[in-house]
Design a protein around this ligand. Structure first.
Ligand code: P6P
Length: 339
């Protein structure tokens, strides 16, 4: 079969973002585009090493524990290092927060820029040895004042983020990004080394047929959660929802964006503040969710309204199709289920 001639009008991530930024007129200096170029480099590096991990014996523990007290995988450490180095070298950052580092990194004056990046370099890494999709999650703030670089620059409400995204490492590397003008998906063409626009203007379906919760925690779930799950598993009419749970947030959220439905990691009687981290997991995913027409809530408040108190705090998280998440909220707002 004659192969179609290669496209000669490639919409790369950089070209696409630059286009969006130029439409902002003089407000755009190109700094965000350059910062996103650095992030693309880290995603390409991590994609390459996740893919080769088994071959070059990168799976397995690095013998260290991270600030969360979790065993660090060699890939975790590599991914964290490449991100810190590339973001520092970009000259566009003032403060960095990594899931792998106890303290925020304040970039030295000579390399400092106006953005702060909060990130989980390799989320879902406990699944790496099983070959499950893992990902990098990032959120970007602007510093509160010109030249400032302190913790308060990264303890801003999620709604103050100027951009957020994730890269999922699977059969291909998919970078999903929003700079505040909707959500777009880009697929890495490894031959070119470019992320190419493949999913323009992602919109979460208003309702799905899938729920994604770790039901192994059901005995700890608060009443509104169990009541909601019961309502979609034993519906008064119509078919029950399907259960899909990968246990890697980037993979579960990516499927929810494309197919619709609801993803939830609620706070419960065991994990009083939930498990997912607010700054570099819930905030970026909530930003993307709302930009794609969905709803992201703790069950009690909009996730993006939270003002973080510390960089590694956790939060309850439900996100996805607006009708599905609003159905869940009916149970939280019904005094019958207050426990
Ligand atoms: P559980 C992975 O470790 C992670 O941080 C997220 O990627 C994922 O959604 C969650 O934890 C899975 O947690 O308790 O269901 O294994």
């Amino acid at each position: 079969i004659e192969e179609a001639p290669p496209s000669t009008d490639l919409i790369t991530l950089t070209r696409h973002v630059l286009g969006d930024q130029l439409r902002l007129g003089s407000a755009a200096t190109g700094d965000l585009t350059l910062l996103l170029t650095a992030i693309q480099v880290t995603s390409k590096f991590i994609a390459t090493n996740v893919r080769r991990a088994r071959l070059i014996n990168l799976v397995g523990l690095a013998g260290e524990q991270n600030v969360q007290g979790e065993d660090q995988k060699k890939l975790d450490v590599l991914s964290d290092d490449i991100m810190v180095n590339a973001l520092r070298a970009s000259g566009k950052c003032a403060v960095l927060v990594s899931e792998e580092r106890e303290n925020a990194i304040i970039i030295e004056e000579k390399n400092r820029g106006k953005y702060c990046v909060v990130f989980d370099p390799l989320d879902g890494s406990s699944n790496i040895d099983a070959g499950v999709n893992v990902g990098t999650i990032f959120g970007i703030y602007q510093v509160l004042n010109d030249g400032s670089a302190s913790l308060e620059d990264v303890l801003q409400q999620g709604s103050k983020m100027v951009a957020a995204g994730y890269t999922m490492y699977g059969s291909s590397a998919n970078l999903i990004l929003s700079t505040g003008q909707g959500v777009n998906g880009y697929t890495l063409d490894a031959a070119l080394g470019e992320f190419i626009l493949t999913h323009p203007d992602i919109q979460i379906p208003p309702r799905g047929k899938i729920y994604s919760f770790n039901e192994g925690n059901s005995m700890f779930f608060h009443e509104p959660v169990n009541a909601y799950l019961h309502s979609i598993k034993y519906p008064a009419s119509g078919k029950p929802y399907s259960a899909r749970y990968i246990g890697s947030m980037v993979a579960d959220v990516h499927r929810t964006f494309l197919y619709g439905g609801i993803f939830g990691y609620p706070d419960d009687k065991k994990s009083k503040s939930g498990k997912l981290r607010l700054l570099y997991e819930a905030f970026p995913m909530a930003f993307l969710t709302e930009q794609a027409g969905g709803v992201a809530t703790t069950g009690k408040q909009r996730i993006l309204d939270i003002v973080p108190k510390n960089i590694h705090e956790r939060c309850s998280c439900f996100l996805g199709s607006k009708d599905d998440v609003n159905d869940l909220l009916k149970f939280y707002n019904d005094p019958k289920y207050a426990d």
